[in-house]
Design a binder for this molecule. Sequence first.
Ligand code: ADP
Ligand code: MG
Length: 214
Amino acid sequence: MQFSDFALERRLMNAVEHLGFTEPTEIQQQAIPAAIAGHDLIASSKTGSGKTLAFLIPAMQRLNRNRALSKRDPRVVILTPTRELAKQVFSQLRLFTSGSQFKSVLILGGENFNDQVKVLEKDPHFIVATPGRLADHLSQGHFYLNGLELLILDEADRMLDLGFAEQLRKINNAADHRKRQTLLFSATLDHAQVNEFAADLLKKPKRIAIDSGF
Ligand code: ADP
Ligand code: MG
């Protein structure tokens, strides 16, 4: 299988080619078409198996293809457990959004709060964030999630282990469930809290578990 088999938008396919990857990894082979078809996902594969592109490619495809439900609210929110991971996801996202119409912002705990308020006021299409700080901005009305189309939980098992359940639920509850798709990624699906959480947040999710990684 090749990336060209996914029938990606031309601009997106160009960006993937630019990365130099031709063959999707196993998790990408399964998650990308299922996510593009609109399914909620609960997916696992080991570290280093390419989960970031498994959610960024469907996210970019969705934004390129559909008109915004709301012109002001973010369309995609990606949550990660740590600042370091958020930065890594953000740098991969920038490979796709730079030179495009789509604005993306990184919202991390420990950084200047008012600077973040200013970037949120610019109505970004994508937010990559750690859950605690994003939930704080949400509580204070610095952005809204009524137009959210895609909620991505990266390393959901670690987010829950770090005690972010309440913040994740708060962010989830602020978004309209009828219009929204949710993609949950975890290093393992053998995690009681992840499964309980998925049962509450996801709609008829497809379950994808890759044992071998690449
Ligand atoms: P995970 O989130 O599963 O730990 P990452 O998304 O961080 O994995 O990807 C791990 C590495 O694999 C990154 O350096 C990424 O650029 C690379 N990678 C991703 N997809 C592919 C692919 N299809 N072919 C080759 N390398 C890839
Ligand atoms: Mg990852």
